[in-house]
Every structure is written in structure tokens, then in C-alpha cells.
Design a protein around this ligand. Structure first.
Ligand code: AMP
Length: 310
């Protein structure tokens, strides 16, 4: 099995009530790849950076054995830079700046060695580019895509075309409501499925996630954390854990999709415990499995029949 990841590569500056980090590695493809790397190899990354993308960032990706043949480096160009500030309510974030730089003219070119890839995860990029990626590769077993309000508003028709090519769409609750014009999340999830993807995951931040398949709806909690330092990338990390688990097991049954949602939530819960990608520096497989198992305890309860003769 193999996984192709396409998305942004960024240099972030992040402020939260608990601290500030400057010029740290970010971007959707980074978070997706690093989370998925705990489950599957090879991971093939396609993205674009400038010549300011230092060896320090490359080392973080290479330490997780991510294949960077598809990473375009534009000589003399500047990498995409993003700045964000979180409020005390960490659900509220102000974008301080978005300097697209080389990302503005990103044209994903899929290297020959990537064309036959079993699983694909399309990070949040222009739906036209997502489409272009799929045109360049042999039909994969499963295509997972992400999107955001920006494309729902700005490129609605193009997004709808791309949705027809996705097997799984992962989006957050406000995006699900916006794309379907439906306030009720259960109705919205079903309506998103009618736009193309047969599997839909709606992320609800600290309230967990909902999975919609042709035959079931599954509701997963989020891990109850007391110390959240930086929510940046949690959604992408969820997607990485989700697709990583599916690629590892090569199983798209409902039972396994539910496990994938829990692995996605598990990886996202680690991501927010430290700034940027720091938590992944020494995260172990044992810690991942431990937390996966504690998810079961979170919503497991015994029935107690009050009227069974007691
Ligand atoms: P999230 O917290 O899931 O929104 O992901 C945050 C990451 O997405 C940061 O590392 C940013 O560098 C990156 N990002 C922010 N805005 C964009 C954008 N318009 N397109 C692609 N990536 C972005």
C-alpha cells in the first residue's frame, strides 16, 4: 500500500494564550503526512516551497521517512506563509496574514514514480488543482479530500465537479452547513453524500466527529484534554490519521471506517498538545494505541435493567 498527499507546505507564526512560535513548519500536507506516517509507508508528498524552506523543515519530514521527490522547490521564491492568533476560546482564530508566495502559482505535477498510488489524500487546495491531480494518476483505491469555506464560496461550481471524484470528503460542521444550505448536521451529512463522496466525515472540533457511510452513521467523541496549546493543523492531522489507518489495513468496511475515525481523533488529540508539529517529535506507536483504547472507555457503558426482577 502507498499514500499520495497533496496540499500546502507552509511556514507558520502562531499565537495562542499559552505562547507564540515564529517561522515553524506548517501546511496541510505536512500535518496529513506526518500523522499518516505512523501507519503507512511510503508516503509521497506533492507541494511547493521556495528557497527559504530550510533543511530544518526538510529534516522533520525526512525523519518520518516521507518521500519528497514531488516537492517542487522554486529557486529564489518564498514559501507560503501563514500567521494565526487564537483567542481564550481556542475555537476562535484570527488569521493575521496569508502570504501565498509560491503557492499562488502551484501546479501539482505528479512524478512518474507516484502515478500508481493506492490511496490519495487531497489537502485543502483549490478544487481545480485537486481535479488536476486525479487526472494525472491511475485510479486509486480510495480518494479522500478536504476543503474549506474559501472554496465553497469562491469556487463552488469547480468544487462540485471535484466532489464527484472523491470517495471521502472530510469537512468541518460550518462547511457542511454552508455547502448544503442545511442547518441540521445529520441532514447536511446525508446531503453532502448526494454531491458525490459516498463517505463523509464532519469534524466538530472539541465535540468529536460524525461519519456517514451508505449504510450507517457513527458519532465519535473527541478526547477530553485539559491542556490544549495550539489547535493549528488538528483537522489535517485527523485526516492523516484517518487515511493512514485505512491505507495500513486496506479495509474500507464500515467497522474499519469507524476505527479510522477514532485513529484520526487520536492523532488530532496529540497534535494540539504542543505547538506546530512538536508533539510528533517523540510520539510513540504505544502512546497512539493507548489513547485509541481509552476512546473506547469514553463512551462505553453497561446497561442496567431496572425492571429485570431486582
Ligand atoms: P487548520 O488548523 O486545519 O486550518 O490548518 C492550519 C494549517 O493550514 C497551517 O499550517 C497553515 O499554514 C495552513 N493554511 C492556512 N491557510 C491556508 C490556505 N488558504 N491554504 C492552504 N493552507 C493553509
Amino acid at each position: 500500500m502507498s499514500l499520495l498527499v497533496v496540499g500546502s507546505l507552509a511556514i507558520d507564526t502562531i499565537e495562542t494564550p499559552f505562547g507564540r512560535v515564529e517561522n515553524v513548519l506548517g501546511g496541510s500536507s505536512t500535518y496529513i503526512s506526518i500523522a499518516a506516517s505512523y501507519f503507512i509507508k511510503p508516503i509521497r508528498l506533492v507541494g511547493v516551497v521556495g528557497s527559504d524552506f530550510s533543511k530544518e523543515y526538510i529534516n522533520i519530514l525526512e525523519d518520518r521517512e516521507i518521500d519528497l521527490e514531488g516537492m517542487q522547490v522554486i529557486p529564489g521564491g518564498k514559501t507560503f506563509r501563514w500567521g494565526g492568533r487564537y483567542h481564550y476560546d481556542l475555537n476562535v482564530r484570527d488569521t493575521l496574514y496569508t502570504d501565498l508566495n509560491v503557492f499562488q502559482h502551484f501546479n501539482p505535477v505528479i512524478p512518474k514514480s507516484y502515478k500508481k498510488t493506492t490511496y490519495v489524500c487531497l489537502g485543502n487546495i483549490d478544487p481545480v488543482l485537486q481535479h488536476r491531480v486525479l487526472e494525472q494518476i491511475e485510479k486509486p483505491r480510495l480518494v479522500v479530500g478536504d476543503t474549506m469555506n474559501f472554496w465553497i464560496k469562491g469556487k463552488n461550481a469547480e468544487l462540485r465537479k471535484t466532489l464527484k471524484l472523491l470517495d471521502v470528503l472530510i469537512l468541518n460542521e460550518s462547511e457542511a452547513r454552508e455547502i448544503t444550505d442545511e442547518p441540521n448536521l445529520i441532514k447536511a451529512g446525508k446531503a453532502v453524500r448526494e454531491l458525490g463522496p459516498r463517505i463523509v466525515v464532519i469534524k466538530k472540533g472539541e465535540h468529536g466527529a460524525l461519519l456517514f457511510t451508505p449504510s450507517t452513521i457513527f458519532s465519535a467523541p473527541a478526547f477530553p484534554l485539559e491542556n490544549i496549546y495550539d489547535p493549528t493543523g488538528a483537522g489535517d492531522t485527523f485526516a492523516g490519521g484517518f487515511i493512514g489507518w485505512i491505507a495500513k489495513t486496506n479495509d474500507i468496511s464500515d467497522a474499519n471506517l469507524k476505527r479510522a475515525v477514532i485513529y484520526g481523533s487520536t492523532m488530532a488529540s496529540f497534535c494540539v498538545e504542543k505547538f506546530s508539529l512538536d508533539r510528533f517529535k517523540n510520539l510513540t506507536i504505544l502512546e497512539i494505541h493507548d489513547r485509541f483504547h481509552s476512546f473506547r472507555e469514553l463512551s462505553h457503558f453497561e446497561e442496567d435493567f431496572l425492571d429485570n426482577g431486582k
